[in-house]
Unconditional design. Structure first.
Length: 138
């Protein structure tokens, strides 16, 4: 097992767990969903489905690359909720974040995106001449 496989498991399992919490503690996530989107519960559940799906498929070599694309897109889109939380000073559970904590959270999101790009061997980490094949194990 190579380092990319290990990293995909270390990323995938927390995504699955967080996705499950979208179903077991929906009310915790609902306040940060931007009001313009409408039914917050729907968006919490929908994002939970994608987090579970991507958490599973990032660990399957055949799907790692395409899943990495989807995960990065999802993280970019979901940052809208984090930004909404920051701009509108919304508590998440019993937690109120300071501006510094919001900046740290944004930085962590960026690091997570870079890690997923690396796992998927996508730009800027694309290997020269790398082409995804159906039986690609690396």
């Amino acid at each position: 097992m190579n380092i990319h496989r290990i990293a995909s498991i270390l990323i995938g399992l927390p995504f699955i767990w967080i996705g499950i919490t979208h179903f077991t503690n929906t009310a915790w996530f609902e306040p940060i969903v931007p009001e313009i989107l409408g039914d917050a519960r729907f968006w919490v559940l929908a994002s939970g489905v994608f987090e579970i799906l991507f958490g599973i498929t990032i660990m399957i070599p055949k799907f790692t690359k395409i899943t990495a694309v989807g995960m990065v897109a999802m993280l970019v889109v979901l940052y809208w909720a984090n930004l909404n939380m920051w701009i509108n000073d919304i508590s998440l559970g019993d937690t109120d974040l300071s501006n510094v904590e919001h900046v740290i959270r944004a930085f962590i999101q960026l690091i997570l995106i870079l890690m997923i790009l690396w796992i998927g061997k996508l730009p800027p980490f694309k290997q020269e001449g790398y082409v995804l094949k159906e039986n690609d194990e690396d």
